[in-house]
Design a binder for this molecule. Structure first.
Ligand SMILES: NCc1[nH]cc(CCC(=O)O)c1CC(=O)O
Length: 323
């Protein structure tokens, strides 16, 4: 049986490379039974130019792609998983391919590391999570709110290829730079102890209409093979924590999970920071994985969120405001 599949994507360079990876993977896993086509979908997030925070929280890049999927203008939609709101959507099922390194990376002028940046250096990021953790490590830094695609942000670094940048550094997800072939710009990759990544960072979400998950069809078989259990369970835990804290992707919350004990348990570490970096809470937890491992992962996220709330998380950050 030959099945034709239209894969919807945003038109940014990052979205196109991410979609390209998914198309290649589905093509290989489809063993000649899938033909694939890429369909460009415009989103409000690509059109508006204000601060990312002023756009009204999570999901600005997501709705148009989901609408295209539900309207039947495409059959598969590819997103950066960290950009998705935490709620499930009726009629859509999510597959999670293997994740890239979830870390954040400093891209500074002249090869500088965080410790090497001069007093009062300017660092660009539009993310309250990154701003808070930068300021926690270096209260003297001046954080500049920037947005735009990865190339635009890298172009803001002084002494970068163009040489016209106005900032000493920017912070970006290492995964995006890796996918774009721009790891050359990275001057330091942050450990979780310095900067805990956004829940879901480095992972992709491949969305499909639940009605199309028909066992035995080439698309369903390829999607089953594409789904990566360690990544899927990790992001379920990270996003359950975010949801329990009633926070969106703009909240100053970092969380990263990974399988341990040869896949028999899952550990989760999370940080919530005061936006100015003057205080933060960090906690970790782990669970063994039983027959319903997704339920165990979700419970781990909820329990760690409740541990953080019990320790005063709500006093640190304005939770609920960034939805
Ligand atoms: N919010 C924008 C966004 N969404 C996903 C990535 C990078 C890729 C990823 O985290 O998977 C980026 C850019 C960045 O944060 O540097």
């Amino acid at each position: 049986m030959l099945q034709h599949v239209r894969v919807g994507t945003r038109a940014s360079a990052l979205a196109l490379t991410q979609t390209g990876h998914v198309v290649d993977a589905l093509s290989t896993l489809g063993r000649g039974d899938l033909t694939l086509e890429t369909v460009h979908v415009r989103t409000d997030g690509d059109r508006l130019t204000g601060s990312l925070q002023s756009l009204g929280g999570t999901g600005v890049f997501v709705t148009a792609l989901r609408d295209a999927l539900l309207d039947g203008r495409c059959d598969v939609a590819v997103h950066s998983l960290k950009d998705l709101p935490t709620g499930d959507v009726d009629g859509i099922s999510v597959v999670v391919p293997p994740r890239e390194d979830p870390s954040d990376a400093l891209c500074a002028r002249d090869g500088l590391t965080l410790a090497g940046l001069p007093q009062g250096a300017t660092v660009g990021t539009g993310s309250p999570r990154r701003a808070a953790q930068l300021l926690a490590a270096r209260p003297d830094l001046v954080v500049v709110d920037i947005r735009g695609n990865v190339d635009t942000r890298l172009g803001r670094v002084a002494g970068a290829r163009s040489g016209t940048g106005d900032l000493d550094a920017v912070v970006l997800a290492r995964a995006g730079l890796a996918r774009l072939g721009r790891l050359d710009a990275v001057t330091e990759t942050f450990g979780v102890d310095v900067m805990a990544p956004a829940p879901g960072q480095g992972a992709l979400a491949v969305e499909v209409r639940t009605a199309d998950r028909v066992p035995g069809t080439p698309l369903d078989a390829a999607l089953r093979a594409l789904d990566h259990r360690p990544t899927h369970l990790a992001v379920v835990a990270e996003r359950a924590l975010l949801a329990r804290l009633e926070a969106g992707c703009a909240a100053p919350i970092g969380a990263v999970a990974q399988l341990a004990d040869h896949g028999r348990s899952l550990s989760l570490e999370a940080v919530i920071a005061r936006p100015d970096g003057s205080a933060s809470l960090r906690r970790g937890a782990a669970t063994t994985l039983g027959a319903d491992s997704a339920a165990d992962a979700r419970r781990l996220g909820v329990e760690l969120a409740e541990l953080l709330l019990g320790a005063g998380a709500a006093d640190l950050a304005v939770l609920g405001a960034a939805r």
